[in-house]
Design a protein around this ligand. Structure first.
Ligand code: UDP
Length: 464
Protein backbone atom coordinates (compact mmCIF):
# COMPACT_ATOMS: atom_id res chain seq x y z
CA UNK A 1 0.00 0.00 0.00
CA UNK A 2 1.30 3.46 -0.88
CA UNK A 3 1.82 5.75 2.07
CA UNK A 4 1.11 9.27 0.94
CA UNK A 5 3.07 12.17 2.31
CA UNK A 6 0.39 14.76 1.72
CA UNK A 7 -3.05 15.16 0.13
CA UNK A 8 -3.99 17.76 -2.51
CA UNK A 9 -7.55 18.46 -3.52
CA UNK A 10 -7.58 19.69 -7.12
CA UNK A 11 -10.46 21.91 -8.25
CA UNK A 12 -10.47 22.61 -12.01
CA UNK A 13 -13.01 24.78 -13.80
CA UNK A 14 -15.17 22.23 -15.65
CA UNK A 15 -13.92 22.64 -19.22
CA UNK A 16 -11.63 20.47 -21.31
CA UNK A 17 -8.81 23.02 -21.63
CA UNK A 18 -8.80 23.50 -17.84
CA UNK A 19 -9.12 19.97 -16.54
CA UNK A 20 -6.49 18.52 -18.91
CA UNK A 21 -3.47 20.47 -17.64
CA UNK A 22 -4.60 20.13 -14.03
CA UNK A 23 -4.97 16.40 -14.47
CA UNK A 24 -1.48 16.10 -15.91
CA UNK A 25 -0.08 18.23 -13.11
CA UNK A 26 -1.91 16.01 -10.61
CA UNK A 27 -0.28 12.94 -12.06
CA UNK A 28 3.12 14.52 -11.67
CA UNK A 29 2.39 15.32 -8.02
CA UNK A 30 1.13 11.81 -7.50
CA UNK A 31 4.36 10.40 -8.91
CA UNK A 32 6.16 12.36 -6.21
CA UNK A 33 4.13 10.74 -3.45
CA UNK A 34 1.27 13.23 -3.05
CA UNK A 35 -2.25 11.84 -2.75
CA UNK A 36 -4.58 13.49 -5.24
CA UNK A 37 -8.32 13.90 -5.32
CA UNK A 38 -9.86 15.79 -8.22
CA UNK A 39 -13.15 17.51 -7.43
CA UNK A 40 -15.35 18.16 -10.41
CA UNK A 41 -19.03 18.76 -10.97
CA UNK A 42 -21.57 15.97 -11.29
CA UNK A 43 -22.66 17.31 -14.68
CA UNK A 44 -19.09 17.41 -15.98
CA UNK A 45 -18.40 13.88 -14.78
CA UNK A 46 -21.29 12.68 -16.93
CA UNK A 47 -19.61 14.10 -20.05
CA UNK A 48 -16.36 12.23 -19.48
CA UNK A 49 -16.02 9.17 -21.69
CA UNK A 50 -13.50 7.52 -19.42
CA UNK A 51 -12.05 8.27 -16.04
CA UNK A 52 -8.34 8.89 -15.77
CA UNK A 53 -6.04 6.32 -14.22
CA UNK A 54 -4.06 7.02 -11.11
CA UNK A 55 -6.03 9.84 -9.53
CA UNK A 56 -9.34 9.60 -7.73
CA UNK A 57 -12.24 11.80 -8.73
CA UNK A 58 -15.03 13.04 -6.46
CA UNK A 59 -18.14 14.98 -7.40
CA UNK A 60 -19.19 18.35 -6.10
CA UNK A 61 -22.13 20.35 -7.41
CA UNK A 62 -22.36 23.53 -9.45
CA UNK A 63 -26.11 23.66 -8.80
CA UNK A 64 -26.85 22.36 -12.29
CA UNK A 65 -26.35 18.62 -11.93
CA UNK A 66 -28.30 17.70 -15.04
CA UNK A 67 -26.88 20.05 -17.64
CA UNK A 68 -24.06 22.09 -16.11
CA UNK A 69 -23.17 25.33 -17.83
CA UNK A 70 -25.70 24.70 -20.64
CA UNK A 71 -28.56 24.39 -18.16
CA UNK A 72 -27.69 27.68 -16.50
CA UNK A 73 -28.59 29.88 -19.46
CA UNK A 74 -26.13 32.70 -18.93
CA UNK A 75 -22.53 32.40 -17.96
CA UNK A 76 -23.01 34.81 -15.08
CA UNK A 77 -25.92 32.77 -13.71
CA UNK A 78 -23.72 29.70 -13.88
CA UNK A 79 -20.73 31.16 -12.11
CA UNK A 80 -22.90 32.78 -9.40
CA UNK A 81 -24.74 29.56 -8.55
CA UNK A 82 -21.53 27.53 -8.76
CA UNK A 83 -20.06 29.76 -6.06
CA UNK A 84 -23.02 29.18 -3.69
CA UNK A 85 -23.54 25.47 -4.22
CA UNK A 86 -19.89 24.72 -4.99
CA UNK A 87 -18.67 26.24 -1.71
CA UNK A 88 -21.01 24.05 0.33
CA UNK A 89 -20.38 20.83 -1.54
CA UNK A 90 -16.62 21.41 -1.59
CA UNK A 91 -16.70 21.89 2.19
CA UNK A 92 -18.66 18.62 2.56
CA UNK A 93 -16.08 16.83 0.44
CA UNK A 94 -13.19 18.12 2.56
CA UNK A 95 -15.00 16.84 5.68
CA UNK A 96 -15.56 13.45 4.06
CA UNK A 97 -11.91 13.16 3.04
CA UNK A 98 -10.82 13.91 6.61
CA UNK A 99 -11.53 10.26 7.35
CA UNK A 100 -9.58 8.77 4.45
CA UNK A 101 -6.37 8.26 6.42
CA UNK A 102 -4.61 11.20 4.83
CA UNK A 103 -6.67 14.37 5.24
CA UNK A 104 -6.50 17.17 2.67
CA UNK A 105 -3.72 19.69 3.34
CA UNK A 106 -3.88 21.82 0.23
CA UNK A 107 -6.39 22.94 -2.39
CA UNK A 108 -5.08 23.59 -5.89
CA UNK A 109 -7.88 25.58 -7.51
CA UNK A 110 -8.59 27.16 -10.86
CA UNK A 111 -8.72 30.94 -10.34
CA UNK A 112 -11.97 30.99 -12.34
CA UNK A 113 -13.32 29.72 -8.98
CA UNK A 114 -11.71 32.15 -6.50
CA UNK A 115 -14.20 31.25 -3.75
CA UNK A 116 -12.25 28.04 -3.20
CA UNK A 117 -9.74 30.11 -1.20
CA UNK A 118 -12.39 31.01 1.39
CA UNK A 119 -13.45 27.38 1.72
CA UNK A 120 -9.82 26.32 2.15
CA UNK A 121 -9.10 28.99 4.75
CA UNK A 122 -12.14 27.88 6.80
CA UNK A 123 -10.47 24.49 7.12
CA UNK A 124 -7.00 25.93 7.71
CA UNK A 125 -5.72 24.53 4.41
CA UNK A 126 -2.99 26.01 2.24
CA UNK A 127 -3.92 27.03 -1.30
CA UNK A 128 -2.38 27.19 -4.73
CA UNK A 129 -4.02 28.95 -7.66
CA UNK A 130 -3.41 27.12 -10.94
CA UNK A 131 -3.51 29.39 -13.99
CA UNK A 132 -4.15 27.48 -17.19
CA UNK A 133 -3.16 30.53 -19.28
CA UNK A 134 0.40 31.73 -19.76
CA UNK A 135 2.01 34.46 -17.70
CA UNK A 136 1.78 37.17 -20.41
CA UNK A 137 -1.99 36.72 -20.63
CA UNK A 138 -2.30 36.70 -16.84
CA UNK A 139 -0.29 39.90 -16.77
CA UNK A 140 -2.74 41.60 -19.13
CA UNK A 141 -5.75 40.56 -17.03
CA UNK A 142 -3.90 41.66 -13.92
CA UNK A 143 -3.48 45.15 -15.35
CA UNK A 144 -7.14 45.30 -16.32
CA UNK A 145 -7.89 44.29 -12.70
CA UNK A 146 -5.64 47.09 -11.46
CA UNK A 147 -7.21 49.62 -13.83
CA UNK A 148 -3.88 50.21 -15.58
CA UNK A 149 -5.36 49.02 -18.87
CA UNK A 150 -8.34 51.32 -19.19
CA UNK A 151 -11.59 49.98 -20.54
CA UNK A 152 -12.96 50.11 -23.09
CA UNK A 153 -9.70 49.95 -25.00
CA UNK A 154 -11.46 49.56 -28.36
CA UNK A 155 -10.38 53.08 -29.25
CA UNK A 156 -6.82 52.49 -28.14
CA UNK A 157 -4.38 51.96 -30.97
CA UNK A 158 -1.47 50.80 -28.85
CA UNK A 159 -1.56 49.43 -25.35
CA UNK A 160 1.39 49.64 -23.00
CA UNK A 161 1.42 46.88 -20.42
CA UNK A 162 3.81 47.09 -17.44
CA UNK A 163 5.93 43.97 -17.28
CA UNK A 164 6.31 43.82 -21.04
CA UNK A 165 8.63 46.82 -21.37
CA UNK A 166 11.84 44.78 -21.58
CA UNK A 167 10.45 42.66 -24.43
CA UNK A 168 10.86 44.73 -27.54
CA UNK A 169 8.03 43.15 -29.52
CA UNK A 170 5.58 43.44 -26.63
CA UNK A 171 6.45 46.89 -25.32
CA UNK A 172 3.60 48.33 -27.38
CA UNK A 173 0.85 45.98 -28.40
CA UNK A 174 -2.18 46.59 -30.54
CA UNK A 175 -5.75 45.93 -29.52
CA UNK A 176 -5.75 42.95 -31.90
CA UNK A 177 -3.09 41.34 -29.69
CA UNK A 178 -4.90 41.47 -26.36
CA UNK A 179 -7.45 38.86 -25.23
CA UNK A 180 -10.75 39.36 -27.06
CA UNK A 181 -12.78 39.98 -23.90
CA UNK A 182 -10.67 43.03 -23.10
CA UNK A 183 -11.60 44.69 -26.37
CA UNK A 184 -15.19 43.61 -26.89
CA UNK A 185 -17.56 45.51 -24.62
CA UNK A 186 -20.34 42.91 -25.04
CA UNK A 187 -18.17 40.42 -23.17
CA UNK A 188 -17.98 42.64 -20.11
CA UNK A 189 -19.28 39.99 -17.69
CA UNK A 190 -16.84 37.36 -18.91
CA UNK A 191 -14.02 39.83 -18.55
CA UNK A 192 -15.23 40.51 -15.02
CA UNK A 193 -14.76 36.86 -14.19
CA UNK A 194 -11.32 36.74 -15.79
CA UNK A 195 -10.28 39.79 -13.85
CA UNK A 196 -11.78 38.22 -10.73
CA UNK A 197 -9.09 35.57 -10.95
CA UNK A 198 -6.95 37.99 -8.99
CA UNK A 199 -9.52 38.75 -6.31
CA UNK A 200 -8.26 36.29 -3.68
CA UNK A 201 -4.76 35.95 -5.01
CA UNK A 202 -3.14 37.92 -2.19
CA UNK A 203 -4.29 35.18 0.22
CA UNK A 204 -2.83 32.18 -1.61
CA UNK A 205 0.39 30.38 -0.82
CA UNK A 206 1.41 29.64 -4.42
CA UNK A 207 0.48 30.77 -7.89
CA UNK A 208 1.18 27.93 -10.31
CA UNK A 209 1.35 28.67 -14.02
CA UNK A 210 1.23 26.19 -16.89
CA UNK A 211 4.24 27.67 -18.64
CA UNK A 212 7.98 27.46 -18.13
CA UNK A 213 10.52 30.00 -17.00
CA UNK A 214 12.72 30.00 -20.10
CA UNK A 215 9.68 30.80 -22.27
CA UNK A 216 8.54 33.92 -20.43
CA UNK A 217 11.45 34.98 -18.22
CA UNK A 218 10.84 38.73 -18.25
CA UNK A 219 7.12 38.61 -17.48
CA UNK A 220 7.55 35.86 -14.89
CA UNK A 221 10.27 37.85 -13.08
CA UNK A 222 8.03 40.89 -13.16
CA UNK A 223 4.93 39.11 -11.82
CA UNK A 224 6.95 37.18 -9.25
CA UNK A 225 7.51 40.49 -7.48
CA UNK A 226 3.76 40.65 -6.85
CA UNK A 227 2.71 37.01 -6.40
CA UNK A 228 4.45 33.78 -5.31
CA UNK A 229 4.67 32.51 -8.88
CA UNK A 230 5.91 29.06 -9.80
CA UNK A 231 5.90 27.85 -13.38
CA UNK A 232 5.26 24.11 -13.56
CA UNK A 233 4.71 23.45 -17.28
CA UNK A 234 4.48 22.16 -19.83
CA UNK A 235 2.05 19.73 -18.24
CA UNK A 236 1.98 17.31 -21.13
CA UNK A 237 1.92 13.59 -20.32
CA UNK A 238 5.24 12.14 -19.32
CA UNK A 239 5.55 9.68 -22.20
CA UNK A 240 6.00 12.58 -24.61
CA UNK A 241 9.00 13.64 -22.63
CA UNK A 242 10.63 10.23 -23.08
CA UNK A 243 9.95 9.40 -19.48
CA UNK A 244 6.92 7.48 -18.36
CA UNK A 245 5.56 8.06 -14.90
CA UNK A 246 4.99 4.86 -12.94
CA UNK A 247 1.65 3.28 -13.88
CA UNK A 248 0.89 5.94 -16.46
CA UNK A 249 -1.24 4.11 -19.00
CA UNK A 250 -2.94 7.09 -20.53
CA UNK A 251 -1.82 8.00 -23.97
CA UNK A 252 -3.41 11.21 -25.11
CA UNK A 253 -6.39 12.76 -23.41
CA UNK A 254 -9.49 11.15 -24.78
CA UNK A 255 -11.56 11.93 -21.73
CA UNK A 256 -14.42 13.62 -23.49
CA UNK A 257 -14.82 12.63 -27.10
CA UNK A 258 -14.52 9.48 -29.17
CA UNK A 259 -11.09 9.54 -30.74
CA UNK A 260 -10.25 8.96 -34.41
CA UNK A 261 -7.17 6.82 -33.76
CA UNK A 262 -7.28 5.64 -37.37
CA UNK A 263 -5.79 8.96 -38.45
CA UNK A 264 -2.48 7.74 -37.01
CA UNK A 265 -2.44 4.96 -39.65
CA UNK A 266 -3.04 7.58 -42.30
CA UNK A 267 -0.18 9.70 -40.93
CA UNK A 268 2.10 6.64 -41.02
CA UNK A 269 1.68 6.62 -44.80
CA UNK A 270 2.71 10.26 -45.27
CA UNK A 271 6.27 11.48 -45.83
CA UNK A 272 8.22 13.27 -43.10
CA UNK A 273 7.16 16.89 -42.48
CA UNK A 274 4.58 16.75 -45.26
CA UNK A 275 1.31 17.21 -43.35
CA UNK A 276 -0.50 20.31 -42.12
CA UNK A 277 -2.42 19.48 -38.95
CA UNK A 278 -5.46 21.77 -38.53
CA UNK A 279 -7.46 22.19 -35.34
CA UNK A 280 -9.43 24.94 -33.66
CA UNK A 281 -9.71 23.21 -30.29
CA UNK A 282 -12.83 22.26 -28.41
CA UNK A 283 -14.89 25.45 -28.50
CA UNK A 284 -14.11 27.89 -31.32
CA UNK A 285 -16.72 28.21 -34.06
CA UNK A 286 -15.79 29.37 -37.54
CA UNK A 287 -18.04 31.28 -39.95
CA UNK A 288 -19.11 29.17 -42.93
CA UNK A 289 -17.22 31.63 -45.19
CA UNK A 290 -14.08 31.04 -43.21
CA UNK A 291 -14.48 27.26 -43.41
CA UNK A 292 -14.77 27.52 -47.16
CA UNK A 293 -11.66 29.69 -47.48
CA UNK A 294 -9.77 27.33 -45.21
CA UNK A 295 -10.84 24.30 -47.22
CA UNK A 296 -9.64 25.88 -50.45
CA UNK A 297 -6.46 27.23 -48.89
CA UNK A 298 -5.56 23.73 -47.71
CA UNK A 299 -6.37 22.17 -51.07
CA UNK A 300 -4.50 24.83 -53.02
CA UNK A 301 -1.41 24.55 -50.83
CA UNK A 302 -0.99 21.12 -52.35
CA UNK A 303 0.11 19.79 -48.98
CA UNK A 304 -1.36 16.80 -47.20
CA UNK A 305 -3.60 17.79 -44.35
CA UNK A 306 -5.34 16.35 -41.32
CA UNK A 307 -8.22 18.60 -40.30
CA UNK A 308 -10.21 18.27 -37.09
CA UNK A 309 -13.76 19.45 -37.74
CA UNK A 310 -15.96 18.89 -34.71
CA UNK A 311 -19.35 17.35 -35.49
CA UNK A 312 -21.07 20.65 -34.61
CA UNK A 313 -18.97 22.40 -37.30
CA UNK A 314 -19.32 19.78 -40.03
CA UNK A 315 -22.29 21.39 -41.77
CA UNK A 316 -20.14 24.43 -42.60
CA UNK A 317 -17.74 22.45 -44.77
CA UNK A 318 -18.11 23.13 -48.51
CA UNK A 319 -20.55 20.75 -50.18
CA UNK A 320 -18.99 17.38 -51.08
CA UNK A 321 -15.63 18.42 -49.66
CA UNK A 322 -15.08 15.25 -47.64
CA UNK A 323 -16.47 13.00 -50.38
CA UNK A 324 -14.18 14.54 -52.99
CA UNK A 325 -11.18 14.15 -50.72
CA UNK A 326 -11.85 10.44 -50.51
CA UNK A 327 -11.86 10.21 -54.28
CA UNK A 328 -8.51 11.88 -54.86
CA UNK A 329 -5.90 9.34 -55.81
CA UNK A 330 -3.13 10.96 -53.77
CA UNK A 331 -5.17 10.65 -50.60
CA UNK A 332 -4.20 14.19 -49.75
CA UNK A 333 -6.49 15.13 -46.93
CA UNK A 334 -8.32 13.61 -44.01
CA UNK A 335 -11.11 15.19 -41.97
CA UNK A 336 -11.84 13.75 -38.51
CA UNK A 337 -14.08 14.95 -35.70
CA UNK A 338 -11.54 14.61 -32.88
CA UNK A 339 -8.02 13.18 -32.81
CA UNK A 340 -5.34 12.23 -30.30
CA UNK A 341 -3.67 15.62 -30.74
CA UNK A 342 -0.46 14.89 -28.84
CA UNK A 343 0.17 11.73 -30.82
CA UNK A 344 -0.54 13.68 -33.99
CA UNK A 345 1.75 16.58 -33.13
CA UNK A 346 4.46 14.13 -32.17
CA UNK A 347 4.17 12.29 -35.50
CA UNK A 348 7.12 12.74 -37.84
CA UNK A 349 4.85 13.42 -40.81
CA UNK A 350 3.57 16.71 -39.31
CA UNK A 351 5.27 19.80 -40.71
CA UNK A 352 2.93 22.58 -39.60
CA UNK A 353 0.16 23.13 -37.07
CA UNK A 354 -2.60 25.45 -38.26
CA UNK A 355 -4.00 26.38 -34.87
CA UNK A 356 -6.47 28.65 -33.11
CA UNK A 357 -3.74 29.13 -30.49
CA UNK A 358 -5.59 27.88 -27.44
CA UNK A 359 -2.92 27.82 -24.76
CA UNK A 360 -2.92 24.02 -24.41
CA UNK A 361 -2.50 23.54 -28.14
CA UNK A 362 0.20 26.21 -28.33
CA UNK A 363 2.16 24.73 -25.46
CA UNK A 364 1.78 21.24 -26.92
CA UNK A 365 3.18 22.47 -30.25
CA UNK A 366 6.08 24.13 -28.45
CA UNK A 367 6.79 20.98 -26.43
CA UNK A 368 6.72 18.79 -29.52
CA UNK A 369 8.59 21.24 -31.76
CA UNK A 370 5.91 21.85 -34.40
CA UNK A 371 5.99 25.24 -36.21
CA UNK A 372 2.67 27.05 -36.24
CA UNK A 373 0.39 28.93 -38.55
CA UNK A 374 -1.92 30.82 -36.23
CA UNK A 375 -5.53 31.82 -36.79
CA UNK A 376 -6.66 33.07 -33.36
CA UNK A 377 -10.40 33.37 -32.83
CA UNK A 378 -11.17 34.77 -29.40
CA UNK A 379 -10.32 34.82 -25.66
CA UNK A 380 -6.51 34.62 -25.02
CA UNK A 381 -5.75 33.25 -28.49
CA UNK A 382 -4.73 36.59 -30.10
CA UNK A 383 -2.13 37.15 -27.37
CA UNK A 384 -0.81 33.62 -27.72
CA UNK A 385 -0.55 34.14 -31.49
CA UNK A 386 1.38 37.36 -30.92
CA UNK A 387 3.83 35.53 -28.65
CA UNK A 388 4.24 32.69 -31.18
CA UNK A 389 4.93 35.06 -34.05
CA UNK A 390 6.89 37.94 -32.56
CA UNK A 391 8.40 36.79 -29.28
CA UNK A 392 9.23 33.14 -29.88
CA UNK A 393 9.32 33.43 -33.68
CA UNK A 394 7.96 29.94 -33.97
CA UNK A 395 5.16 30.67 -36.40
CA UNK A 396 3.28 33.14 -38.55
CA UNK A 397 -0.16 34.70 -38.12
CA UNK A 398 -2.53 34.57 -41.07
CA UNK A 399 -3.88 38.06 -41.76
CA UNK A 400 -7.62 38.64 -41.92
CA UNK A 401 -9.19 40.88 -44.54
CA UNK A 402 -11.42 43.84 -43.65
CA UNK A 403 -14.34 41.44 -43.15
CA UNK A 404 -12.40 39.44 -40.59
CA UNK A 405 -11.88 36.46 -42.90
CA UNK A 406 -8.54 34.86 -43.68
CA UNK A 407 -8.60 34.27 -47.43
CA UNK A 408 -7.47 31.12 -49.18
CA UNK A 409 -4.45 32.80 -50.84
CA UNK A 410 -3.18 33.93 -47.44
CA UNK A 411 -3.57 30.45 -45.98
CA UNK A 412 -1.79 28.87 -48.91
CA UNK A 413 1.06 31.39 -48.76
CA UNK A 414 1.51 30.98 -44.99
CA UNK A 415 1.56 27.18 -45.17
CA UNK A 416 4.29 27.30 -47.79
CA UNK A 417 6.28 29.81 -45.78
CA UNK A 418 6.17 27.69 -42.64
CA UNK A 419 6.83 24.37 -44.36
CA UNK A 420 9.21 24.93 -47.21
CA UNK A 421 10.43 28.44 -47.89
CA UNK A 422 13.79 29.82 -46.89
CA UNK A 423 11.97 32.63 -45.03
CA UNK A 424 10.45 30.00 -42.76
CA UNK A 425 13.79 28.44 -41.83
CA UNK A 426 14.16 30.53 -38.66
CA UNK A 427 10.69 29.44 -37.57
CA UNK A 428 11.50 25.77 -38.10
CA UNK A 429 14.79 26.10 -36.26
CA UNK A 430 13.22 27.98 -33.37
CA UNK A 431 10.63 25.22 -33.07
CA UNK A 432 13.40 22.71 -32.45
CA UNK A 433 15.12 24.98 -29.93
CA UNK A 434 11.94 25.64 -27.97
CA UNK A 435 11.12 21.94 -27.86
CA UNK A 436 14.45 21.35 -26.18
CA UNK A 437 13.89 24.19 -23.72
CA UNK A 438 10.47 22.78 -22.81
CA UNK A 439 11.97 19.38 -22.16
CA UNK A 440 14.80 20.79 -20.12
CA UNK A 441 12.27 22.63 -17.95
CA UNK A 442 10.45 19.45 -16.92
CA UNK A 443 13.48 17.18 -16.82
CA UNK A 444 14.97 16.38 -13.46
CA UNK A 445 16.55 19.57 -12.11
CA UNK A 446 14.90 21.77 -14.78
CA UNK A 447 13.11 24.99 -13.81
CA UNK A 448 9.59 23.52 -13.69
CA UNK A 449 10.71 20.25 -12.11
CA UNK A 450 12.51 22.19 -9.36
CA UNK A 451 9.39 24.26 -8.71
CA UNK A 452 7.21 21.15 -8.47
CA UNK A 453 9.75 19.50 -6.19
CA UNK A 454 9.84 22.56 -3.96
CA UNK A 455 6.03 22.67 -3.87
CA UNK A 456 5.87 19.00 -2.86
CA UNK A 457 8.56 19.43 -0.19
CA UNK A 458 6.63 22.31 1.38
CA UNK A 459 3.41 20.28 1.31
CA UNK A 460 5.13 17.41 3.04
CA UNK A 461 6.53 19.71 5.73
CA UNK A 462 3.08 21.22 6.31
CA UNK A 463 1.50 17.77 6.56
CA UNK A 464 3.90 16.50 9.24
N1 UDP B 1 -7.45 18.27 -28.55
C1 UDP B 1 -7.49 16.91 -28.79
N2 UDP B 1 -7.95 16.49 -30.00
C2 UDP B 1 -8.39 17.32 -30.97
C3 UDP B 1 -8.35 18.72 -30.71
C4 UDP B 1 -7.87 19.15 -29.50
O1 UDP B 1 -7.09 16.11 -27.95
O2 UDP B 1 -8.81 16.84 -32.01
C5 UDP B 1 -6.96 18.73 -27.23
C6 UDP B 1 -5.64 19.46 -27.37
O3 UDP B 1 -4.56 18.54 -27.32
C7 UDP B 1 -5.68 20.41 -26.20
C8 UDP B 1 -7.17 20.66 -25.96
O4 UDP B 1 -7.87 19.67 -26.70
O5 UDP B 1 -5.11 19.80 -25.04
C9 UDP B 1 -7.62 22.01 -26.48
O6 UDP B 1 -7.22 22.98 -25.60
P1 UDP B 1 -6.82 24.43 -26.08
O7 UDP B 1 -6.44 25.21 -24.87
O8 UDP B 1 -5.81 24.37 -27.14
O9 UDP B 1 -8.12 25.00 -26.77
P2 UDP B 1 -9.66 25.17 -26.29
O10 UDP B 1 -10.33 23.89 -26.62
O11 UDP B 1 -9.64 25.44 -24.79
O12 UDP B 1 -10.13 26.32 -27.12
Amino acid sequence: MTTHKSHCLILPYPAQGHINPMLQFSKRLQSKGVKITIATTKSFLKTMQELPNLVSIEAISDGYDDGGRGQAGSFVAYITRFKEVGSDTLAQLIKKLANCGCPVTCIVYDPFLPWAVEVAKNFGLVTAAFFTQNCAVDNIYYHVHKGVIKLPPTKVEEIIVPGFSTIETLSRIESSDVPSFVVSPEAERILEMLVNQFSNLDKVDWVLINSFYELEKEVIDWMAKIYPIKTIGPTIPSMYLDKRLPDDKEYGLSLFKPMAYECLNWLNQQPINSVVYVSFGSLAKLEADQMEELAWGLKNSNKNFLWVVRSTEESKLPKNFVEELKLTRENKGLVVSWCPQLQVLEHKSIGCFLTHCGWNSTLEAISLGVPMLTMPQWTDQPTNAKLVKDVWEMGVRAKQDEKGIVRREVIEECIKLVMEEEKGKVIRENAKKLKQLARNAVDEGGSSDKNIQEFVSKLVTISQ
